[in-house]
Design a protein around this ligand. Sequence first.
Ligand code: SF4
Ligand code: SF4
Length: 370
Amino acid sequence: MNKKVVARKCPEYDPDILFNIISDIYRACEAPPVTGKKVLLKPNLLSDNDPDKCITTHPAVVEAMIRFLQAEGATVFVGDSPAVHIRSFKPVKSGMYDVCERTGAVWTDFLRSPFQTRLRKGTIRTASIVKEVDLIISIPKLKNHELVYFTGAIKNTLGLVPGFVKAKQHALYQDRNRFSEFLVDLNEAIPQHFFLIDGIMGMEGRGPAQGTPVRTEVLIGSVNPLALDIITCSIIGYDPLAIPTNLIALSRGKWLRSPDEIIYEGPILETITREDFRRIPISPFRNIALKFLRNRLFTVRRLQRRPVFLHEKCIGCLDCIKICPTNAIAMHPAIQNHVVLTDRKCIRCFCCSEVCQSNAVEVRRKVFGD
Ligand code: SF4
Ligand code: SF4
């Protein structure tokens, strides 16, 4: 597989600049020709939100990608499955639906007749559009992620799984490593043809939904999801080999056998690297300790980061309760807007934090009084 990663500095969401840079990156990556092809664009639409919050891929990037593909003679479809996915979902607040209306790209409901895709272990429901198009292009947002540290090419694929099935995977793969293995399986089962990370504005801190927007001023592309994730991790200061999805994918050798095989083209990496990017903390001993001690010592659970519900911010929408794959949370029967956690049922997937639109779920270690 092509092992090229192409980065370009891009300071703003200007449509003309974006069109030129995206065309340049696509060609420099030697991505497949699209003339006469049906192409699905899969941005990150975790929840339908104002683009300035940086929870979603910026609509200007998606629009420029659509215009480039249409100029090349492709028919373009756009879709994603948000964390809380209702039938006929239309991403209006994020500007994505307007982009489709303006450009003539077809907005696609992923809940329409999904089909079973075979994974290494078992099968999973996948949006039917996946088998109706010739090519799939993924456009992740550069963000932290509480569970898998960062959202890049490999993580963005999860949105091809429509509805609640996504959250259920957390119950099946109950820790960071097993969930990362599942994400790599999913990427192997659903090949995608080009990836472009929207890193003009990224999200540091408590991603993927409650972090802080930060200027990172870069667009990065590749046809190789692992090579792209390794370079992107480096740019935001993560050790790429500390990220489980990267390690698992490298050990399988399908996309790369070593980071040394990556052919990088773009500004000198040190000039675009953001050492000051606020990352999710990685403890080198954490996974080893948890592997041996999980479920044996109560103290280990006490030391883990866990969801903490800020009752004064809660508006009682119930989204966290609906998404929780293990029924670990419920509304207090007598106190209004007071979510109660049953700690022994919680698998630390942090879906509740992802879907809360009121910043009422913090992920942190337990302190006295919680
Ligand atoms: S914690 Fe957030 S998601 Fe859960 S009910 Fe309250 S406002 Fe809704
Ligand atoms: S309470 Fe939150 S972190 Fe715990 S299992 Fe439920 S959704 Fe996941």
